[in-house]
Design a protein around this ligand. Structure first.
Ligand SMILES: Nc1ncnc2c1ncn2[C@@H]1O[C@H](COP(=O)(O)OP(=O)(O)O)[C@@H](O)[C@H]1O
Ligand SMILES: [Mg+2]
Length: 332
């Protein structure tokens, strides 16, 4: 994968009201070309409103946004030609076959009959749907439908793809299929703006994250950077002699090292956990333990999960996780 420093998407101060609701309250974000930006936020955060603004489906009240250099308000037609969109709900016609859906979309995008036919065949092949090409979509499984949605959004060979909660409501196996497809598309050079409520999904797919809540950006950065900024790290130390665990914890509690406080003994693991906020602290703690004669069998540092991160920044628990979603309905 080649990554450049050019931004495929640039959003500045974007505002959108619905009556009294401020769905977007001054959003800034960038998506670097060839990367995946995860826009993470709970229900009602403003994710779909953002995607709709960036797709020219609705017009923002204030602020600016450009996609591939085109302005969402002043150059909507050029912009639409560079994007693909897969929404939370299927956008294909149930009664038509997979092939007919893709052919129709190709024609709507002004492809010639021959090109639309070739593109439909190619995308069915690409998303492993060739065998089901002639069957009505209502006979497809949830995973096949999602793949057809992705194929539909790729018909126009978009440079930038928006995926709005692409796996909400899918069972774990279908979710994994979607993740694989997204990773393949990114490897092929597509820039992706992905909205999700799932920390695990953001962690799997996103290079950078923007966390939004109630229409505002509340945090952003690289996945590890975000975790480190919010929660610091936990140093885990295992002494050679498990009998030394209490003495080691006491030494850490009384270390007098700046900012180091509160070691926790985890007897089952034979380890002591120490919260660490900087590399200097890490070095000082390990040095102190060695100076006091503790033999160390193993040390490592552990970043918090994105669930912990979200709780720390928003003060709210995430509403759901990938593993407790409703299973897909498998059609007859
Ligand atoms: N068409 C609409 N009319 C009125 N309010 C809306 C409309 N669409 C969204 N909203 C409100 O705007 C806020 C953001 O919604 P949305 O962008 O759909 O959030 P998300 O996709 O993150 O769940 C919510 O409070 C929602 O109720
Ligand atoms: Mg939404």
């Amino acid at each position: 994968m080649t990554r450049s420093d050019t931004n495929a998407v640039e959003v500045r101060g974007l505002v959108k009201h619905y009556g009294d609701t401020k769905a977007l309250d001054g959003v800034d974000l960038d998506v670097r070309e060839g990367t995946v930006l995860g826009v993470l936020g709970p229900n009602g955060a403003g994710k779909t409103t953002l995607v709709r603004c960036l797709s020219t489906l609705i017009v923002p009240d204030a602020g600016t946004a450009t996609v591939a250099g085109y302005d969402v308000v002043r150059q909507p037609r050029q912009l639409r030609r560079t994007i693909g969109l897969t929404g939370q709900y299927a956008s294909v016609d149930e009664k038509l076959s997979g092939w007919e859906n893709l052919y129709m979309i190709g024609r709507l995008l002004d492809l010639s009959r021959k090109d639309a036919r070739r593109r439909a065949d190619g995308m069915l092949e690409r998303f492993s749907l060739t065998d089901a090409a002639k069957r009505p979509v209502m006979t497809y499984s949830g995973g096949m439908r999602r793949r057809l949605d992705l194929a539909a959004s790729m018909i126009g060979s978009p440079a930038v793809l928006y995926l709005d909660e692409p796996t909400t409501g899918l069972d774990p196996r279908t979710r994994n299929e979607v993740w694989d497809e997204v990773q393949r598309m990114v490897a092929e050079g597509v820039t992706v703006l992905l909205t999700t409520q799932y920390m695990e999904e953001a962690e799997q797919l996103a290079h950078e994250l923007t966390v939004i809540d109630r229409g505002r950006v509340i945090a952003g950065g690289g996945v590890d950077e975000l975790k480190a900024r919010v929660g610091g790290r936990t140093l885990r130390v295992r002494p050679v002699d498990p009998g030394q665990l209490p003495a080691m914890a006491r030494a850490l509690d009384d270390s007098g090292l700046a900012g180091v406080a509160g070691a926790t003994v985890v007897p089952d693991e034979g380890q002591v956990y120490v919260p660490i906020l900087s590399d200097e602290q890490l070095t000082a703690v390990v040095g102190m333990l060695a100076a006091r004669g503790f033999g160390l069998a193993h040390i490592d540092t552990h970043l918090p999960s994105l669930d912990e991160v979200f709780l720390a920044i928003t003060g709210e628990k995430t509403s759901s996780s990938v593993t407790d979603t409703i299973p897909e309905e498998v059609a007859a």
